[in-house]
Design a protein around this ligand. Structure first.
Ligand code: ATP
Ligand code: MG
Length: 412
């Protein structure tokens, strides 16, 4: 067992010592039974949040209004949520307030899918009121209770069904899937942050292709914001061999397939990705839109190789090849590697590999030409020098570069 389960067992023991019930529940039990890596440890308990806070010396009130307290135990974080039901769903969203209940059975009833409602006690005994284990064996996603009702209560569950189906490579039970098709429009009431969280998980999953197809087939990608703006990109995206691509590459490919840069970047913005990832995707997407036809090594001049750098050039080769190659091109990988090899060798044989390696800097140029105001001309001068060095008109040495500058500007 994972070390975090043993921390969870300690927390359960202490709760039980004080007369409360407590169990492992949800994702950690599901993933343990599936032999998958466990993301985080969640417990449910009859203890109220105040009681959990009182019992443990280090706690974080993570979501008191939902009954959740995070217990810090031997440098591990264990989430403890009080047995509860959800009532008064307003506008098909999860409720702001919840009601505490006294039994595990009632708590399981409010959970989304049977496979997420399996509990386990500290000795590893499974307690399975909603028959989730059978659905794990059948590899299916099925709502706890009536799918119609459950999706009307909280529409996000429809997207979660597709997300879990994608992550686990499970099918969606037919009544559950039919209900998704019928009620998909209710997703319009859900905050875009929550939609984005689920969609990002689809994009990260190995079976991303299955997820995108479900989004299309269910009608969600066609009708629900923000997907509805880029439906045709989704259609063509679903025909690629996406499993081979990294998360970043998948995003850029999808955005490139939108075929309208502004629209694509708008879609990206609406998917609140982590800042760094988002910035990187944005940069690469703009690159693809700037050079949409560069799919062979011969398309790149020496100057471009230095200015873009090997990594960006490889990225352009990959993306432009992907979108222009027939999907059954079994030589794709070899052809790509061949072009990359040419690029690699060309860059290696250039007098320099990046503008930063120029033997003179913008600062120095500014000092040499003190009479001029700083401005665009510095960048332009650097690029002119770079071109000259790449074309072997001048050697990459400080004094020679200065002489070259003076000459070309008419100074003697
Ligand atoms: P992951 O591995 O992605 O964390 P998870 O099953 O732990 O998967 P969470 O979103 O962390 O998913 O939620 C924890 C548990 O809370 C779920 O297993 C499920 O029992 C319950 N749950 C979460 N969201 C909902 C919801 N919208 N409606 C009903 N139950 C939910
Ligand atoms: Mg979780």
């Amino acid at each position: 067992l994972d070390e975090r389960f043993s921390a969870g067992i300690d927390v359960i023991k202490r709760l039980e010592d004080r007369g409360y019930e407590a169990y492992f529940i949800g994702g950690c039990v599901r993933d343990l039974l599936l032999n998958r890596q466990v993301a985080d440890i969640d417990l449910c308990s009859s203890a109220k949040p105040e009681e959990v806070i009182r019992l443990f010396s280090r706690t974080i009130p993570t979501g008191l209004q939902h009954g959740t307290v995070t217990v810090l135990w031997r440098r591990k974080q264990i989430e403890v949520t009080t047995f509860r039901t959800e009532q008064n769903y307003a506008n098909h969203r999860h409720p702001k307030e919840v009601q505490f209940v006294s039994t595990l059975a009632e708590d399981c009833k409010r959970r989304d899918f049977t496979i997420n409602a399996i509990a386990m006690d500290k000795d590893g005994r499974i307690i399975d009121y909603e028959h989730g284990v059978a659905d794990l064996e059948r590899k299916q996603i099925k709502t706890v209770g009536h799918p119609e009702e459950r999706f009307q209560e909280d529409a996000l569950r429809m997207l979660r069904a597709i997300r879990f189906s994608t992550q686990l490579r499970f099918s969606i039970q037919s009544a559950t899937y039919e209900a998704i098709k019928r009620h998909k429009l209710l997703l319009q009431h859900i905050a875009k942050e929550r939609i984005s969280v689920e969609f990002q998980k689809v994009m990260q999953a190995d079976a991303v292709q299955q997820g995108v197809r479900l989004l299309l087939d269910s009608g969600i990608a066609g009708d629900i914001h923000p997907f509805s703006g880029v439906t045709s990109a989704f259609q063509s995206f679903s025909t690629f061999d996406l499993q081979e691509l990294s998360e970043k590459e998948r995003w850029v490919l999808l955005l490139f397939l939108v075929a309208d840069e502004e629209k694509a970047l708008h879609f990206l913005k609406q998917n609140m990705l982590p800042k760094l990832l988002s910035r990187e995707i944005r940069k690469l997407t703009k690159l693809c839109y700037a050079y949409p036809t560069y799919r062979k090594a011969t398309h790149f001049s020496d100057l471009m190789l230095v200015q873009l750098g090997q990594e960006n050039v490889f990225f352009l080769l990959l993306m432009n090849r992907l979108v222009t190659s027939p999907s059954n091109d079994y030589l794709f990988e070899q052809k790509l590697q061949h072009e990359q090899e040419i690029i690699r060798s060309r860059i290696e044989h250039l007098p320099l590999q990046a503008i930063e390696q120029l033997a003179i800097s913008g600062e120095e140029l500014a000092k040499l030409y003190m009479q001029r105001k700083k401005g665009q001309w510095i960048q332009q001068a650097l690029e002119r020098l770079l071109l000259a060095v790449v074309n072997r008109e001048v050697e990459n040495e400080r004094d020679r570069l200065i002489a070259f500058m003076m000459e070309s500007e008419g100074y003697e």
